[in-house]
Design a protein around this ligand. Structure first.
Ligand code: GTP
Ligand code: MG
Length: 232
């Protein structure tokens, strides 16, 4: 198994990133690079240092898969249909790079994002430290963050070589006025819950991973009629 190395690619983009880009067009159904703006999109952005497991969490949630190998990301976006105010809406998840190579992309993602997932690895204190400037930038760009859903996430909680305690992370979350969860993309612990809780933090809309759309009049009529019919 490849080991977690938070800084291994800070000096440049790993050659495998190119591989990620080249593969993208083949996989258009889930990974879209150039997307038209949609008013009913709900945009979630995942930030964190390199190797903390951002892509693993997103892929576990979207596809139910996990890979042991480490392929650094530049930026990938995934889409899922969810329910928002009882209407169908698109949950757009942007998986960002941990390399700090593209500050302009980071700022753009923050300004476009509706909600944020800040991931660190419980095995790396440094990865928690690296979230602080990202949080500050969210505050700077968004201004009042009181109504912005933010989840602090301690990933890799299946690992035994812990450097950050849950209490410490919970305290930071309290200071930042955001929610906190420990997850494992590897064992699929708290992954769905992470996205569910994030959507529940959104107070301006009623969001849910389950599709429970408003029934149309004709649907209601059909259901009523069904109830009155009996087999002869
Ligand atoms: N033990 C354990 N390993 C994990 C977990 N999540 C991810 N990993 C491993 O950590 C490594 C990095 O995972 P990625 O998901 O690629 O990390 P990332 O944050 O997307 O990294 P960048 O794209 O470079 O920013 C991979 O080898 C994964 O298999 C986890 O929950 N537990
Ligand atoms: Mg990644």
């Amino acid at each position: 198994m490849q080991k977690f190395e938070p800084h291994s690619y800070y000096g440049g983009i790993h050659p495998m990133s190119i591989h990620t880009i080249l593969l993208a067009p083949k996989d258009r159904s889930v990974r879209l690079r150039v997307m038209p703006e949609q008013s009913n999109d709900y945009r979630v952005v995942v930030f964190g240092a390199g190797g903390v497991g951002k892509s693993s969490l997103v892929l576990r949630f979207v596809r139910g898969t996990f890979r042991e190998s480490y392929i650094p990301t530049i930026e990938d976006t995934y889409r899922q249909v969810i329910s928002c105010n009882k209407q169908v809406c698109t949950l757009q998840i942007t998986d960002t790079t941990g390399s700090h190579q593209f500050p302009a992309m980071q700022r753009l993602s923050i300004s476009k994002g509706h909600a944020f997932i800040l991931v660190f690895s419980i095995t790396s204190r440094q990865s928690l430290e690296e979230l602080k400037p990202i949080f500050d930038e969210i505050v700077e760009i968004k201004g009042d963050i009181e109504n912005i859903p933010i989840m602090l996430v301690g990933n890799k909680c299946d690992e035994i070589n812990r450097e950050v305690t849950s209490e410490e992370s919970a305290q930071l979350a309290k200071k930042w006025n955001c929610a906190f969860l420990e997850t494992s993309a590897k064992t699929n612990y708290n992954v769905k819950e992470l996205f569910q809780e994030l959507l529940q933090l959104e107070k301006r809309r009623t969001m849910s991973l389950q599709l429970e759309t408003k029934k149309t009049r004709s649907q209601k009529r059909k259901e009523k009629l069904k109830g009155k019919c009996s087999l002869m």
